[in-house]
Design a protein around this ligand. Structure first.
Ligand code: NAP
Ligand code: MG
Length: 493
C-alpha cells in the first residue's frame, strides 16, 4: 500500500499538531482491514475550546476582508485541487473505499463548488427597496454570523466539506470543522489546499476526533453561531435540540429512502441502468441512493431481469483497482447493518432475487449487490434506510398507488420517475414529497449552483449549495438613511 503523503493530526491557528489524548483516530482500508492507513491522537473537548477561541479572534479580521478577496482564496483552492485531483481521489478511495471513478467524480464536483462559491464573492448582494418616507434611502446588506461549526459524514468526505466550508468562508465566517473520524485524510487534504491557497491562520480550524467528544463540545459551545450538519437522523435531531436552546442557526441533512417509479411506457434499458447505478453505485452509501423500485405490473418482470443482469456484471474489489465496479462497505459497523437488513427483509417475507451474501476478499467488508422482490410498503426493508447495496421492488397497482407508496416513508430526499407520459411527469413533480426530483434519470446527484436537500425527516433548516449556502451563512442588516435634514418620520413606522 502506498502511504498517502498527507498532513496528519488536527489543524488550529494555522498549525498542524498532534493533540494530547488517550484516544487514537485509527483508519483502516475497508478493502483490506489489516492495513492501517492512519493512527494518530484524537482531538478532545479541550481542543474544541482552543479552536473556538482561535476562530473567534480570527473573525474580527476575516469579516472585514472584502468578499471578493475571500472568494479569490477559494478560487486558488479550486486551481490547486484541480492540480491535485489524483491525490484527492486516491485518498478517498483508500480510506472511504469508493471506486476510483466515483472518487474522481466527487473531486470534480467539489472543484465546481469551489468555482461557484469563489464567484459568489462578487455577488454578496443585498437589495435596495423604496421607503414609505420621502428622503429615506432603505437597503439591506449581508453580514457573516461569526464562528460556525461544520460537522460532516464519511460518505462524501470531499464534496460535503467543500459545500459547507466554501460558502461559510466566502461569506466571512470563521470555521471549526469536524470531519468524520473514518475519513480524516480527505478532509486534511482540503485543509492543506486552503492553506496553500493563502487562507489566513485561524480562519479554518479542523479537529479530527469523535462526534461524541469533540463534536459534542463544538455544538455545545455558545460561541458557535450556526451549525451545518450532514449525517444520521439521531445525531442531527440531537444537534437541533442543543442549538434551539441557545437560538443557534442549523441546517441538517439526514437520511433518505429514495424511490424510482417505473411506468409501463418507460424505456426499460434507461430505467435499469439508472436503478443499478443509483442502488449499487457508491456501494449504496449515498444519501440519494436508490433503495426502492416501484414498478407497474406489466413491466416488473422484464425490468427485474435487466437490473439483475447489471448486478451480476458488477465486479467487486478494492476501490483503487480501476476495474472495480462495487467497493466494500466503509467499516465493520456498516457491513453488519447491511447484513442485518438482508436478514430482516428475508424474515419479513421479501423474496431474495439476487445477492444477499457477504464476500471474503482480503477480509474486506464486501456485500453482494442484493435485490428483493415481493416487498410491500409496510416492510422494514421498504421503510428504513440501509445505506448499503440493497434494493427492494414493490409491484404497484396504479400510478396513484406508486406515488402513495413512494411517499409512505418518513424521509423525503430524492425520487425519480421513468415514463414518456407528460401528464404523469407533471403530476409526479407536484405530488412526490422530496427535495430532489428526477425525471428519466437516477435519483442521485446535485450540482453546485442548484439547491440540494430534502423534506420531511431528511432535512431541517434551509437547503445547501447554490445561493442557499450563502443565505445560511449570512444575516441581513436593514439600513435606513434619512437625508431629509429634519429626521422626518412616517406614522406607519
Ligand atoms: P453520523 O453518525 O450522524 O455522523 C455524522 C457526523 O456527526 C460525524 O462527523 C460524527 O462523528 C458526528 N457526530 C456523531 N455524534 C455527534 C454528536 N453527539 N455531536 C456532534 N457530532 C457528532 O452519520 P454517518 O454514519 O457518518 O453518516 C451516514 C448518515 O449520513 C446516513 O444516515 C446518511 O443518509 C446521512 N447523509 C445524508 C446526506 C444528505 O445530504 N441528506 C448526505 C450524506 C449522508 P464521528 O462519526 O467521527 O464520531
Ligand atoms: Mg456514525
Amino acid at each position: 500500500m502506498t502511504r498517502p503523503n498527507i498532513k496528519q493530526g488536527s489543524f488550529v491557528a494555522g498549525k498542524w499538531y498532534m493533540p494530547e489524548s488517550d484516544r487514537q483516530v485509527k483508519v483502516v482500508n475497508p478493502a483490506n482491514p489489516s492495513e492501517t492507513i492512519f493512527d494518530f491522537p484524537a482531538a478532545s473537548e479541550k481542543d474544541a475550546t482552543y479552536a473556538i477561541d482561535v476562530a473567534s479572534e480570527a473573525f474580527e479580521t476575516w469579516k472585514n476582508v472584502p468578499s471578493i478577496q475571500r472568494g479569490r482564496v477559494i478560487w486558488r483552492a479550486a486551481e490547486i485541487a484541480r492540480r491535485r485531483l489524483e491525490e484527492i481521489a486516491h485518498i478517498m478511495s483508500l480510506e472511504e473505499g469508493k471506486i476510483i471513478r466515483e472518487s474522481r467524480g466527487e473531486a470534480l464536483k467539489g472543484i465546481s463548488l469551489l468555482e461557484y462559491y469563489a464567484g459568489e464573492g462578487f455577488r454578496m448582494r443585498g437589495e435596495t427597496l423604496p421607503s414609505e418616507v420621502s428622503d429615506v434611502h432603505a437597503y439591506t446588506i449581508r453580514r457573516p454570523l461569526g464562528v460556525v461549526g461544520l460537522i460532516t459524514p464519511w460518505n462524501f468526505p470531499w464534496a460535503i466539506p467543500v459545500w459547507k466550508i466554501a460558502p461559510a468562508l466566502v461569506a466571512g465566517n470563521t470555521v471549526v470543522f469536524k470531519p468524520a473520524e473514518l475519513t480524516p485524510g480527505t478532509a486534511s487534504i482540503f485543509v492543506e489546499i486552503l492553506e496553500e491557497a493563502g487562507l489566513p491562520a485561524g480562519v479554518l480550524n479542523m479537529l479530527v476526533g469523535s462526534g461524541r467528544t469533540v463534536g459534542e463540545a463544538i455544538i455545545q459551545d455558545p460561541r458557535i453561531k450556526a451549525i451545518s450538519f450532514t449525517g444520521s437522523n439521531g445525531v442531527g435531531m440531537h444537534i437541533n435540540e442543543v442549538a434551539a436552546k441557545r437560538g443557534a442557526r442549523v441546517t441538517l441533512e439526514m437520511g433518505g429512502k429514495n424511490a424510482v417509479i417505473v411506468m409501463e411506457d418507460a424505456d426499460l434499458d434507461a430505467a435499469a441502468s439508472a436503478i443499478a447505478s443509483g442502488a449499487f453505485g457508491a456501494t449504496g452509501q449515498r444519501c440519494t441512493a436508490t433503495s426502492r423500485v416501484i414498478a407497474m405490473p406489466q413491466i416488473q418482470e422484464e425490468l427485474l431481469e435487466r437490473v439483475v443482469a447489471k448486478a451480476k456484471a458488477m465486479k467487486m474489489g478494492a476501490g483503487l483497482d480501476e476495474s472495480t465496479d462495487l467497493a466494500p462497505a466503509v467499516d465493520s459497523r456498516q457491513f453488519d447493518t447491511d447484513l442485518k437488513y438482508i436478514d430482516i427483509a428475508k424474515a419479513d417475507g421479501a423474496k431474495l432475487i439476487y445477492g444477499g451474501n457477504k464476500v471474503d476478499i482480503n477480509g474486506g467488508y464486501f456485500v453482494e449487490p442484493t435485490i428483493f422482490a415481493n416487498v410491500s410498503p409496510d416492510m422494514r426493508i421498504f421503510q428504513e434506510e440501509v445505506f448499503g447495496p440493497v434494493l427492494s421492488i414493490y409491484k404497484a397497482k396504479s400510478f396513484e398507488d406508486a406515488v402513495r407508496a413512494a411517499n409512505s416513508v418518513q424521509y423525503g430526499l430524492a425520487s425519480a420517475i421513468f415514463t414518456q407520459d407528460n401528464n404523469r411527469i407533471m403530476r409526479f413533480i407536484e405530488d412526490i414529497e422530496v427535495g430532489m426530483v428526477h425525471v428519466n434519470e437516477p435519483t442521485i446527484g446535485g450540482e453546485a449552483q442548484l439547491p440540494f436537500g430534502g423534506s420531511k425527516a431528511t432535512g431541517v433548516g434551509p437547503r445547501e449549495m447554490g445561493e442557499e449556502g450563502i443565505n445560511f451563512f449570512t444575516e441581513i442588516k436593514t439600513v435606513f438613511i434619512n437625508y431629509s435634514g429634519s429626521g422626518a418620520q412616517a406614522s406607519i413606522r
